[in-house]
Ligand binder design. Structure first.
Ligand code: ZN
Length: 515
């Protein structure tokens, strides 16, 4: 604790709020360790980059079972070389790699999660059209003066702004290589992790991890840990190491409003036959007010007002809303949102798409036969999917619509004027762990001390990752550690990792393994 304006404020909070102002002083031991890891990384850049080039060179897209297995084997080999006991657990598509390193004297276990599969590739969109032949370049493709650096073996120093291009260079093979390098860095300085280390490398993350989801209940004992660190995803655009303490869930559904059984001439029947696009528009408009607040009764139930500490945490994130708005070409955010980070604290209701009749050159003078809107709701922990779905159903009924779960038959059509079909996909639930638990504080403070820099601390990510399922499988709190560059083109062509981010990932993981 320190004194500030006459009030006592926990050091961690002040540090979070003030960022650069109040860094926790590094202990001599932490300083020596981080200096040793820095020195190791500086003198082993070529090995680290080459290891990533080797891993990226193995194709890793869904359906390519032979190469997915080669990836799993390569990841297993990286771990075995660092003393891990490794097992490949078969799924229908790509093996899970389970590794375990027992450290003498360690009483706690950390489980590290990463994935070796990547999104599909369209080689014609890549430069050159070989997404698995990794290319090192002196910067971001398209920037002035950027050139290829073909002869990696001949290089001795690597500029942090150089980038390695290839599918999964960032998402998510960089963290796998960084784990291996972090263990090497510790060993070379005569140190060991202070945790027993378990590793889970998924081969189906990009297709929703069906194998892991199915096997997780039977793997509980082997995944059991005291802390789960998920090494996936980009760091904050500020470039600082980023810790994320939750993820919103998602519930998707579709509404179909019915008009006449076939399209009708709008001259012969306009003003007489109801138009489903208009009825659907009314229903959609009833769900949100002009400020963006959702009007579905009870939609925000259970969400407590943010505390001052939580507000301070949200404000500590160095977002640049004006730059984002300019980038997206939008005049302003929804009036109900205090900030981007605040918007993540609530569930959102989004129309993914809406369709009825025909537009543009295909437009015809008809009353359409149906109108469809597709929705996603990003869930928070206070608003589980089933509870939200019940509220959506009640709202639809309150607007005078008759709800069905299949196309209506003639008797239903004859009886109800406003019929809406609701089809729903299974939700992924949200996850969040408080940033103030002793474990959370240890991770924040451990990283701050080792890197001499406050990590960006996000209360939750706006997007959805299966933190809740994995946390349950490990029986441990989950924290996402995001290390790669935000402009990494993940999921699209010319994916890349910035070497400065890769090297910092090694230091980050070494720090986390020695908390
Ligand atoms: Zn990923």
């Amino acid at each position: 604790m320190i004194r500030f304006s006459g009030r006592r404020i926990p050091t961690t909070w002040l540090a979070l709020v003030a960022g650069a102002v109040a860094l926790a002083a590094a202990s001599p031991r932490a300083q020596a360790l981080s200096a040793a890891v820095d020195a190791y990384v500086a003198s082993h850049q070529r090995e680290i980059v080459s290891s990533l080039i080797d891993l990226v060179s193995i194709p890793n897209v869904k359906g390519d079972a032979a190469n997915l297995r080669r990836n799993a084997t390569a990841v297993g080999d990286l771990l075995r070389a660092r003393g891990f006991a490794v097992e490949l657990v078969d799924t229908a598509a790509a093996p899970l790699v389970l590794g375990e390193l027992k450290v003498p004297g360690a009483t706690r276990t950390v489980l590290l999660y990463a994935h070796y599969d990547g999104q599909p590739v369209d080689p014609a969109r890549w430069t050159p059209p070989t997404p698995f032949a990794a290319v090192l370049r002196s910067g971001r493709l398209g920037a002035a003066g950027v050139k290829d650096l073909p002869n990696v073996a001949s290089l001795s120093t690597f500029d942090p702004d150089w980038r390695l291009y290839g599918r999964s260079a960032a998402d998510d093979k960089a963290p796998i290589v960084a784990i291996a390098a972090a263990l090497d860095a510790l060993r070379s300085s005569g140190r060991a992790p202070t945790w027993n280390v378990k590793i889970l490398a998924d081969g189906e993350e990009e297709s929703g991890s069906p194998g892991l989801t199915a096997l997780a209940p039977t793997l509980r004992e082997r995944l059991k840990a005291d802390l789960l660190l998920m090494l996936d995803g980009p760091a904050h655009p500020s470039g600082r190491p980023t810790l994320v303490f939750g993820a919103r869930g998602v519930l998707t559904f579709e509404l179909t409003v019915y008009g006449p059984k076939q399209e009708l001439h709008s001259g012969h029947y306009g003003n007489w036959i109801p138009n489903p696009a208009v009825r659907l528009s009314r229903l959609v408009a009833s769900m949100k007010d002009d400020s963006g607040r959702v009007l579905v009764k009870g939609f925000y139930d259970g969400i407590a007002p943010l505390t001052n500490e939580e507000r301070a945490l949200l404000r500590s994130v160095p977002d640049d809303p004006d730059a984002l708005l300019a980038l997206f070409g939008v005049a302003g955010p929804e009036a109900s949102a205090e900030s981007l980070q605040e918007a993540y604290t609530r569930p959102s209701l989004n129309i993914r798409g809406i369709s009825s009749g025909h537009v543009g050159a295909a437009a015809t003078n008809v009353i359409p036969s149906e109108a469809v809107a597709s929705f996603d709701i990003r869930l928070v922990t206070e608003t589980p999917g089933t509870a939200i779905l019940d509220k959506i159903k009640a709202h639809i009924a309150s607007q005078g619509f008759h709800l069905v779960d299949r196309d209506p038959d003639d008797a239903t059509r004859a009886r109800y004027r406003d019929i809406v079909k609701l089809t729903v996909s299974a939700p992924t639930e949200a996850y969040r762990v408080s940033v103030t638990t002793p474990m959370s504080r240890m991770v924040i403070d451990g990283l701050s001390r080792a890197l001499g820099q406050q990590p960006v601390v996000l209360r939750t990510s706006g997007a959805t990752v299966p933190m809740a399922d994995l946390s349950a499988a490990a029986g441990a709190p989950a924290i996402s550690v995001q290390t790669v560059n935000f402009d990494d083109n993940q999921h699209t062509d010319n994916e890349n990792v910035r070497l400065g981010h890769l090297f910092n990932a090694v230091k980050t993981i070494a720090a986390l393994l020695t908390m």
